[in-house]
Design a binder for this molecule. Structure first.
Ligand code: PEP
Length: 256
């Protein structure tokens, strides 16, 4: 790899199916107050759809960006229960999480669907946070790299970037999500370096060097500092520990 790009860390919170609109707005307000003095880190929170408008109103003028947890690939139509990319933009979102392992495992989302969602998100001007990761059985079976290779190749098939910031990749080993088991920083770094190398082969070195790769899986205030020190770890996608503003603020401070 040539001269290393300076990648601004991104700390992203996935609130999953938690918080009413009022609770989410309160949490967003508290977080905004708690991290007002923090600089040099980008921050995103992804509340449930029903809270997006209120959270975006609270975050207006704040440095915290809002994201959604899912999106459909069509721009409108008879797709009961789905939300279009333009609707997320309209609600005030900048990011959308795509292909989270819970969607893949519990709702049968495929790499092809992830691909369509990414293309639609980019076309609408959203930043796609593309989640990938191996299961415990796949890791134990020595398939980690082949699984990730496939998820990335299929997920990004035909995706052309306007800027390296169009997509953020979140490496989330499925065995580390919500389990309290974190990948060691060496395990995570090994995978992140593999992903960056693959991106440089699929696209080019400049894009690979600039694109942010987050780690996700039981990130807490007490492990973020050691993870973020690794050369290819550019931030974190945080589930459980993002629900409490004080705890999440400590992660945004990178554990200091
Ligand atoms: C997630 O859901 O993306 C996640 C990483 O969850 P947790 O931090 O709770 O493991």
């Amino acid at each position: 790899m040539t001269a290393m790009a300076t990648r601004i860390p991104l700390i992203a919170g996935n609130w999953k199916m938690f918080k009413t609109a009022a609770e989410a707005a309160d949490a967003a307000r508290s977080l905004d107050d708690l991290i007002r003095d923090v600089s040099g880190v980008d921050v995103m929170i992804a509340p449930p759809f029903t809270a997006l408008s209120q959270v975006c109103a609270v975050l207006e003028g704040s440095r915290i960006a809002a994201g959604a947890q899912n999106v459909h690939w069509e721009s409108e139509g008879a797709f009961t229960g789905e939300i279009a990319p333009g609707m997320l933009k309209d609600a005030g979102c900048r990011y959308v999480i795509i292909g989270h392992s819970e969607r893949r495992q519990l709702f049968g989302e495929t790499d092809q669907q992830v691909n369509r969602k990414i293309q639609a998100a980019l076309a609408a001007g959203l930043t796609a946070v593309m989640c990938i990761g191996e299961t415990e059985a796949e890791r134990e079976g020595g398939q980690t790299f082949s699984v990730l290779d496939k998820q990335i190749r299929l997920g990004l098939e035909g995706v052309s970037f306007q800027t390296p910031g169009d997509v953020v990749i979140a490496y989330e080993p499925v065995w580390a999500i919500g389990t309290g088991k974190t990948a060691t920083r060496e395990q995570a770094q090994e995978v992140h370096a593999f992903i960056r190398d693959l991106l440089s082969r699929l696209y080019d070195e400049e894009l690979a060097d600039k694109l942010r790769i987050l780690y996700g899986g039981s990130v807490k205030p007490n492990n973020i500092a050691e993870l973020i020190r690794m050369p290819d770890i550019d931030g974190a996608l945080v589930g459980g520990a993002s629900l409490d503003p004080e705890t999440f603020a400590q992660i945004v401070r990178l554990g200091d």
